[in-house]
Ligand binder design. Structure first.
Ligand SMILES: [Cu+2]
Length: 191
């Protein structure tokens, strides 16, 4: 476990440097991949928040390459007092989100994508707004694979995906009514 952790950290540090350079050349969000145990994490990203927002959403794709189910929880983030993983479901025509009890399950061979309108990481009690072009760090804990710190590049307010501008019907998926993703309240900004 310790060996894995060290390897992942070194990889992440290098990747973040490369990402910074890439962002100078292009405005597209740039993210590193992470491996911890049998778990692979790709395209982590977070969404910028308007001033005064108390919550923010973060997203990623998680694949379980192992032979046993695993569960992931968000332990902490450097941008907020609390970090949770939420599900989003339709309840009587209203989108409702709830913390995923006991962690989000990733079955063997399964890939789960956290994205606006679906499963997401929710940062609660933000210490500061998330600014596009910066990044946010969060610590994830997998029941089997262990703990990994992931760097989430911050995409535009209301973005549907890294590099994809707000709008085009994605506001609905963004859970604008819920506040955290800030969809409907966010000013439309072009990069
Ligand atoms: Cu949420």
């Amino acid at each position: 476990m310790t060996i894995f952790g060290a390897r992942v950290s070194r990889y992440a540090a290098g990747a973040v440097l490369a990402c910074g350079l890439a962002q100078l050349a292009a405005t597209a969000a740039c993210a590193a991949d992470y491996d911890v145990g049998a778990i692979h994490i790709s395209q982590p990203w977070a969404r910028a928040t308007p001033k005064g927002a108390s919550t923010a959403g973060a997203y990623m794709t998680v694949t379980n390459n192992g032979k046993t189910p695993d569960r992931v929880n968000c332990v902490s983030s450097d941008a907020s007092a609390e970090c949770q993983i939420h599900s989003m479901t339709m309840d009587n025509g209203v989108m409702v989100m709830r913390p995923v009890e006991g962690g989000l399950e990733i079955k063997p061979g399964e890939t789960v994508t956290l994205k606006p309108g679906g499963f997401h990481m929710m940062l609660l009690n933000l210490k500061h707004p998330l600014e596009q072009g910066n990044s946010m760090k969060a610590t994830l804990k997998f029941d089997n694979a262990g703990t990994v710190q992931v760097d989430y590049p911050i995409a535009a307010i209301g973005a549907a995906a890294p590099g994809v501008p707000a709008g085009g019907g994605n506001m609905m998926q963004g859970g604008g009514m819920m506040g955290p993703s800030g969809g409907t309240m966010a000013p439309m900004k072009k990069q």
